[in-house]
Design a protein around this ligand. Structure first.
Ligand code: ZN
Length: 272
């Protein structure tokens, strides 16, 4: 096993309207190896184990009976490595990841810091999945877990290689992750998600508006249990806005729908 060092304060670049979005994929520069390695403290071990359990349970909850979803669940169960050692130094968080030589494995890191605005991210260069510890409803935790596992799968399978944030390849990866997430949401709501999104989208189109009103957001939100935290509320809004854009693109059924989705994704980001 090789021990490497990372600087833990990483700039995370994906924003959606209303919020810094949970699905950021960040690209950290490898840092110098810290000579003072230490084991996880008992409370760090506890929070990592708890977050991992929640990730696994909620991923299973939303993927059971869905072929692709179950594949992603197996990928998580079989290949995650629950070990990150961290410490504070010079006011910044330093993390060190114990990595396996097996190229299909990835590290799992629970991010307990209060100031953390991003709920989940995958860092392909370090094969590191970072999950926040803020409260989250079970179903949305599961949808996000599935979204992140699409990124993990894309990178470990070599389907995707690290690309600059905002590039076509990067956005294409995000769209793949969101589309799987939407599929699971549609199943979870027993077919009511796209119907509701479509109704809102047509209503907005009638008044020539691209962005939803608060009441529109509430209408979609009523399909799910209440949000458990501010970060969940912001994250859900981001998902609904993106779904409305995609729904509009699908409704027009144009041949370049895929490129329009890339454009819509970027517009949603830059609207922040
Ligand atoms: Zn993502």
């Amino acid at each position: 096993m090789k021990i490497i060092g990372l600087i833990g304060v990483i700039s995370i670049g994906v924003f959606l309207m209303y919020s810094q979005f949970y699905s950021a994929r960040a690209y950290a520069q490898p840092a110098q190896i810290d000579p003072s390695l230490r084991a996880l403290l008992p409370e760090e071990r506890e929070i990592t184990d708890k977050t991992m359990r929640l990730f696994s349970q909620n991923l299973m909850l939303v993927t059971m009976g869905h072929e692709r979803g179950e594949e992603l669940f197996r990928l998580f169960v079989d290949h995650h490595i629950p070990l990150v050692i961290e410490q504070l130094g010079n006011g910044r968080t330093v993390t060190r990841v114990e990595r396996s030589t097996n190229s299909t494995q990835f590290s799992f890191f629970a991010e307990p810091w209060d100031e953390e605005e991003t709920f989940a991210s995958y860092l392909p260069q370090h094969r590191e999945l970072r999950i926040g510890t803020k409260l989250m409803s079970n179903c949305f935790f599961g949808f996000i877990a599935a979204h992140e596992m699409v990124h993990v799968d894309d990178f470990v399978s070599g389907r995707e290689s690290p690309a600059p944030s905002g590039s076509d390849e990067f956005v294409a990866g995000e769209i793949r992750a969101h589309e799987l997430e939407f599929e699971l949401i549609e199943r979870w709501t027993r077919g009511r998600f796209w119907t509701t999104i479509g109704r809102v989208e047509r209503r907005l189109a009638k008044v020539g508006r691209a962005t939803p009103f608060t009441e529109d957001m509430r209408e979609v939100d009523a399909l799910f249990p209440p949000s458990e935290s501010d970060i969940e509320r912001r994250m859900r809004n981001g998902i609904y806005v993106l779904a409305i854009s995609f729904s509009r693109i699908e409704r027009f059924g144009l041949p370049d729908a895929y490129h329009q989705k890339i454009r819509a994704y970027r517009e949603t980001i830059s609207a922040h």
